[in-house]
Write a protein that binds this ligand. Structure first.
Ligand code: MSS
Length: 363
């Protein structure tokens, strides 16, 4: 299908036929464009911004971008150029929006009605946060969170806390976080958070702060609304509050990416993607009869590690007819993908294999 809305300028390099343009700030990857070689090409990766992205001038001189480090023994500002001297790690992760699957809930939760395409597996390269902290004399006493601030320009005349993209994650993540300047082999583009982006492996998209300008080790979570009341899981109709679970670690999830609408009869390679959040995927089963019976799928190489997604395939022969095809993943800890996802107010992460199923006509 042709895109209904043109691509916004900052993402004009995306492949138009692969994208669903929900708004200027939210672009989704169409389900069948996800292939079987693990990494999602940058030109079809989804985009989600809470605010207008900063001016593209910031990526023109990426090495000059500055980040303030606070809550360490020797607080100071560092440029990307300096960070590049401290260490390099490469980590493939699943980047998935908290609202991926929102469109599968019955209640009309506010936000983009994402289906499966607010997710992708991406290879990031940058400096481990641990290396930076060590160079700055270690974390200050009493810190419990890593609090990261996005570099957007805050419109005048509004309370910054209402719009600021500033997210806190538990301090344990200091050992897995990387500050990435490279994505899928290229400098991180503006649309995906260049010059420098925080990557918190295994955590929902929102925690992966783009154009990061401040990294602080703090005793409390950020005061910004996006942390205090936003991205909180609660029953439909309730307001967000800091005592509700925050959208931090992702759940085990999988879905089929081929076939999705129709296919000729005869041999069919049913394939899709599976991930376990912070745990590696152990197995994937596929059903062609709406979950009544399941067959073990084969996991495809390469295995890019615990935070990546894994492609899977099940070869089948299906006579003409209509089939409800779905998949169910299990992670290394034995957590099984849920059958259905309880409605939650903002429509976060629909992971149930029931509604992630596709109705396929075998011709
Ligand atoms: N960052 C910043 N700075 N800003 C904004 O807005 N958003 C979030 C993240 N980060 C933001 C940031 C979100 S929310 C998401 S998903 C992500 O990002 C996305 O990414 P990309 O690259 O795809 O666009 Mo939901 O959970």
């Amino acid at each position: 299908q042709a895109p209904t809305t043109p691509l916004p300028d900052y993402a004009s390099w995306k492949k138009p036929e692969a994208m669903i343009v929900h708004t200027e700030l939210t672009l989704e990857t169409r389900r069948p464009f996800i292939g079987t070689s693990s990494v999602v090409p940058s030109n079809i990766l989804f985009v989600r911004n809470n605010l207008e992205p900063p001016d593209s001038a910031i990526v023109a001189d990426a090495d000059a971008w500055e980040v303030a480090f606070e809550g360490v023994a020797q607080p100071r500002t560092m440029t990307v150029r300096e960070l590049k001297q401290l260490g390099i790690a490469t980590v493939p992760t699943v980047l998935q929006c908290s609202g991926n699957g929102r469109g599968l809930f019955d209640h009309e939760a506010s936000g983009s009605p994402w289906l499966t395409g607010a997710a992708g597996c991406v290879v990031w390269s940058g400096v481990p946060l641990r290396a930076v902290v060590d160079a700055l004399g270690g974390v200050a006493e009493g810190a419990r969170f890593v609090t990261n601030t996005g570099g957007e320009v805050i419109p005048e005349g509004i309370d910054a806390n209402e719009v600021l993209v500033e997210r806190s994650v538990p301090i344990e993540n200091v050992d897995t976080i990387i500050l990435a300047w490279e994505m899928n082999g290229e400098p991180v583009p503006l649309a995906h958070g260049g010059p420098l982006r925080v990557i918190v492996p295994g955590y929902y998209g929102v925690n992966n702060v783009k154009y990061v300008k401040r990294i602080a080790f703090t005793e409390a979570e950020s005061e910004a609304d996006i942390q205090q009341t936003g991205y909180r899981v609660r029953p439909v109709g309730e307001s967000g509050a800091p005592d509700q679970p925050s959208m931090w670690q992702m759940k085990v999830k999988s879905w089929v990416t081929h076939p999705v609408v129709e296919t000729p009869s005869g041999p069919i390679q049913i394939h899709g993607v599976a991930f376990g959040g912070i745990n590696p995927v152990q197995r994937v089963e596929v059903s062609t009869d709406d979950g009544q019976s399941w067959q073990e799928a084969q996991l495809l190489d390469p295995d890019l590690g615990r935070y990546a997604w894994r492609s899977f395939v099940l070869p089948v022969e299906l006579p003409s007819g209509t089939y409800s095809i779905t998949s169910r993943a299990t992670d290394s800890e034995g957590n099984v993908q849920e059958q259905t996802t309880e409605p939650n107010h903002r429509g976060y992460d629909y992971s149930g294999w029931d509604r992630l199923a596709v109705e396929v006509t075998v011709l």
